[in-house]
Design a protein. Structure first.
Length: 424
């Protein structure tokens, strides 16, 4: 099957889908799945727009709301992770993953699913050292500080991902893993982004937990975005395997934001639950930290055997297919009535999340109704590892010069040019 990979979406789904449909027509092919690497901006209405973590001058409804409301139909099944410019109040509703709109699947704050038998894992957000060890203490409606910290990667999700033992075909993040620049055309990257040099030379460009996951999980592919440029790398692992890394840009004219890969189909072209991830989720859910207290990994490590057997029995009964149970849970944007006023965006219990938790026989705690057991409020000393001197969240990034780093995959050399012909 053919998988399209796109960098930062920035809510521009109309143009992204138009580009893909143009490629299908020109190349007489069918794209089976779209993977978006964050800054998806699933904004449903003006209330979500006020919660969008970006400077006010960049806040715009864009086009996700059309697919959320049903006004437009998604032409290609889509899966995404969150970035650092998101309407996080909505994504928190779908913390464990779920349909953000019909045929648009959010992987959750961390998650694993399969599509076509291809195992896809992901981690949402970006790394900031001062929030990494804390729990998810933010509560919607978010104040200006929490609006940013809510998308910062937490140790809890990273710890869960590190418990994965079965091979991953694809991993998706918004951040780059720290050190990835050393495995590609580093000098070419620095010629294009000279202000990255200090971070590259001090090995602080990218996410330290992302680096740990890269070498622990060793996926076949790792896709990312965030820094608004195309960069490819090949990462060898000690066991002889390797990971092909690719970061992509945002969907603007002359920006290299899209790549198509061919992978062997291993199963039906639908989203299915991953048994190993469900077992990890079920085992660790009681440890979900919902305060500023640091996450403390259970000692000794949790034995997942019983949960895995329980999950397998459950999936045998109900099947592995992710149910198509999307529901509209918030008012939809009305472009003809821009004077509508919504109150602060508080927490809504999403029926999908409630159904998922019922399936796993877990309680609902995302509204912070019950504090996690075994935790107490303590101060958290910031970890200085991987501190970045630059601020990649708000940098103004331009287009990237031509780069053929992945052309030996058998990918069409003219994908970027075709994409640009639509995006003008």
């Amino acid at each position: 099957m053919k998988i399209a990979v796109e960098g930062c979406a920035h809510g521009d789904l109309d143009n992204i889908y138009a580009t893909l449909q143009h490629l299908e027509r020109v190349q007489n092919t069918k794209i089976d799945l779209l993977i978006c690497c964050g800054d998806f901006q699933a904004v449903r209405n003006e209330q979500d727009l006020e919660s969008l973590a970006c400077p006010p001058k960049f806040r715009a409804m864009n086009t996700f709301w059309k697919y959320y409301s049903g006004a437009e139909k998604v032409p290609i099944p889509t899966v995404f992770v969150g970035g650092n410019h998101e309407a996080s109040n909505y994504l928190w509703e779908l913390y464990y993953g779920g349909w953000a709109a019909p045929d648009i699947f959010f992987l959750g704050f961390a998650g694993v699913v399969t599509f076509g038998g291809i195992r896809i894992g992901g981690l949402s957000g970006i790394f900031k050292h001062h929030d990494f060890r804390t729990g998810h203490y933010e509560r919607p409606p978010y104040n200006p500080s929490d609006m940013k910290s809510v998308y910062h990667v937490r140790e809890y999700e990273v710890h869960k991902l590190k418990r994965i033992r079965e091979p991953l075909d694809v991993f998706v993040s918004h951040d780059w893993p720290r050190g990835i620049a050393n495995y590609g055309d580093k000098e070419g990257l620095l010629r294009y982004k000279p202000y990255f040099r200090q971070e590259v030379e001090s090995n602080t460009l990218g996410s330290p937990p992302g680096e740990e996951l890269l070498h622990a999980l060793q996926p076949t592919y790792w896709f990312a975005a965030h820094l608004h440029c195309k960069f490819a790398a090949l990462v060898p692992h000690k066991n002889g395997q390797s990971t092909r890394f690719l970061a992509l840009d945002k969907p603007l004219p002359n920006h290299r934001f899209l790549q198509i890969i061919d992978v062997e189909t291993k199963g039906p072209l639908r989203f299915e639950y991953d048994p190993e991830w469900l077992a990890i989720t079920r085992s660790y859910d009681a440890h979900l930290p919902l305060s500023k207290a640091p996450f403390r990994p259970p000692r000794p490590p949790l034995d997942l055997t019983a949960s895995r057997k329980w999950v397998e029995r459950t999936l045998e009964t109900r099947g592995r297919t992710v149910p198509l149970n999307f529901e509209v849970t918030a008012p939809v944007h009305d472009p003809l009535n821009r004077s509508r006023h919504f109150g602060p965006a508080g927490h809504l219990r999403n029926p999908q999340t409630e159904a998922f938790l019922r399936m796993l026989e877990l309680p609902y705690r995302l509204d912070h109704a019950a504090p996690p057991s075994g935790f107490r409020e303590t101060s958290v000393e910031p970890q200085q590892t991987g501190v970045s001197t630059a601020n990649p969240e708000e940098i103004d990034l331009d287009d990237l010069p031509d780069d053929d780093a992945l052309d030996d995959d058998g990918l069409p050399d003219d994908v970027d040019e075709l994409a640009q012909s639509v995006h003008t």
